[in-house]
Design a protein around this ligand. Structure first.
Ligand code: FES
Length: 165
């Protein structure tokens, strides 16, 4: 996915068309509109926050405040394959930090792995605490995860992505 800032009049009008029904239907729609932008583009492109502010009738500072508060709202396009390791307490208690360090080393040692997965923010509890450490590879939840399990899940996700092209 390439970055595509919202700059042209046509891009702005298209985005307003996407967001106006949300802003008219929902109270306090800034977060919902930002989530809609991310669902549509995969991230929140440069320029989109200003459109959200206009459609929601709030200041750009207010909209930017919401945007910067929620770490799940992406500023850049997502990697081809998203790998998110749980960093919450239950997973830390069963080796989550060691796993994160080992995963970082595996990515550093394998440029293909790092290039495919990019760098994603940790996540704080995936609701799979009893099977920690837990991870999310794209939409696949993995429990009792190891570096080898992550590599297998990434390979499966790469195969699925290639098959869908
Ligand atoms: S603490 Fe990791 S899944 Fe809940």
């Amino acid at each position: 996915m390439t970055e595509s800032p919202i700059k042209t009049a046509e891009q702005i009008e298209n985005l307003k068309g996407l967001l106006t029904p949300i802003a008219e239907r929902e109270p306090g729609p800034v977060l919902l509109c930002l989530q809609a932008v991310q669902t549509h583009y995969g991230y929140v492109p440069e320029g989109a926050v200003a459109v959200v502010a206009e459609v929601c009738n709030v200041t750009r500072a207010d909209a930017h405040g919401v945007f910067s508060y929620y770490s799940d709202l992406r500023k850049t396009p997502p990697p081809l394959i998203s790998v998110r390791l749980c960093a919450a307490e239950a997973c830390q208690a069963v080796g989550g930090r060691a796993l994160a360090a080992a995963w970082g080393e595996a990515c550093a040692a394998d440029p293909n792995l790092a290039g495919a997965t990019g760098t994603d923010e940790p996540v704080f509890c995936l609701g799979n605490c009893a099977l920690g450490p837990a991870a999310l590879v794209n939409d696949q939840l993995i429990g009792n995860v190891s570096v080898e399990a992550l590599k297998s899940a990434v390979a499966a996700a790469q195969n699925a992505a290639e098959a869908s092209l």
